[in-house]
Design a protein around this ligand. Structure first.
Ligand SMILES: Nc1ncnc2c1ncn2[C@@H]1O[C@H](COP(=O)(O)OP(=O)(O)OP(=O)(O)O)[C@@H](O)[C@H]1O
Ligand SMILES: [Mg+2]
Length: 314
């Protein structure tokens, strides 16, 4: 009994020492102006697998539970992450378009991709949440894609990376939300990223989405953007009663077993409800009563701890 109390005490003393060391390393880096942003992209070529839910929930948790300064970059023309954080004033946007004027409030991530002179700080907006900023999307981002492909003066894959590099010192993390496509926009997201996480459902289409994402995007980008590594694959909207199909299990065991993370996000209606209420999940369920909130908290803690460890080993 006494031994176990002493063990607990020494573990908590070790934890405190560890946290103090982390804070010291962080302070030193801030003093030296060396704070480096880690950029993570959430991608699966299949739609509706929980990319936006993961980005918005984990970004907010990194800020609210881990004291990180986080930028959400929304490179999906659907703009679902931008919508959730509610920074887009659609009435203002529609009026501005009708009057054919570009107001500063209508700047979005696409403007940064086509205009290298534009400063990202003019486009990034503070959200209502402490420590959380947004680089918003806009429906016309889809048209920007065509402009990018047509412009051969300047390498098209590196546009987002070059712009995010200009704010590397301002944030601890940048999380990028992507559309389900193999587009030049998603290639820009991967080139800018240090790590890619792949959320998936357990159906055949989502699993094939992993295959396409890995072979058509990740492997291609890795050839010329040496920084990129695969953080892992995790299941979302998981229903334990249905479990995982035998086919899915076989495919994962055969091809991706070493990439499957020990984190699964359970299905819960709160995840869908919070986006309708324009709130990140933890703000909607601050007491973490919902299992999916606790699942995301565990995955977020892993992502934060990994970054701390990388900082210590750097
Ligand atoms: N764990 C969950 N439990 C219940 N509903 C969820 C969960 N995760 C996501 N959803 C809901 O499923 C739908 C699709 O999720 P989400 O928008 O995050 O997917 P996505 O991969 O970003 O989709 P797209 O490819 O269209 O961008 C949304 O209505 C979302 O609220
Ligand atoms: Mg989405």
């Amino acid at each position: 009994m006494l031994g176990s109390i002493q063990n607990e005490k020494s573990t908590s003393a070790q934890n405190i020492r560890w946290r103090i060391q982390i804070i010291q390393v962080k302070l030193l880096k801030v003093q030296r102006g060396e704070r480096e942003m880690k950029t993570i992209v959430f991608l699966n070529n299949k739609g509706g697998v929980g990319k936006t839910a993961s980005v918005t929930t984990i970004a907010h948790m990194l800020a609210a539970r881990h004291g990180m300064r986080v930028l959400v970059a929304d490179i999906d023309p659907q703009g679902n992450a931008s919508n959730l954080f509610g920074t887009t004033d659609f009435i203002q946007l529609i009026k501005a378009r009708r009057e054919d004027v570009r107001r500063k409030e209508t700047y979005h991530i696409g403007d940064l991709l086509v205009s290298t002179e534009l400063d990202p700080r003019e486009v990034i907006r503070k959200t209502a949440y402490d420590g959380l900023w947004l680089l918003p999307s806009y429906p016309t981002l889809a048209a920007i894609e065509e402009k990018l492909k047509a412009d051969i003066r300047h390498p098209q894959q590196f546009r987002l990376k070059e712009q995010l590099d200009r704010v590397r010192g301002d944030y601890d993390f940048c999380l990028i939300d992507c559309a389900p496509s193999l587009s030049i926009l998603n290639i820009n997201a991967l080139v800018a990223a240090d790590e890619v996480y792949i959320p998936t459902l357990t159906d055949d289409g989502s699993l094939f989405g992993i295959e396409l994402t890995m072979t058509e995007l990740v492997d291609e980008v890795k050839r010329y953007a040496g920084n990129l590594s695969v953080g892992g694959i995790f299941f979302t909207k998981f229903r334990s009663k249905l479990g995982i199909s035998r086919y899915a299990q076989e495919l994962l065991d055969a091809v991706y077993s070493e990439l499957i993370l020990p984190f699964t996000i359970n299905e819960n209606v709160a995840v869908a409800e919070c986006s309708h209420k324009h709130m990140p999940l933890l703000a909607y369920d601050p007491g973490m009563k919902v299992k999916a909130t606790r699942d995301y908290a565990a995955l977020t803690a892993y992502i934060a701890a990994k970054q701390e460890a990388e900082g210590r080993n750097a």
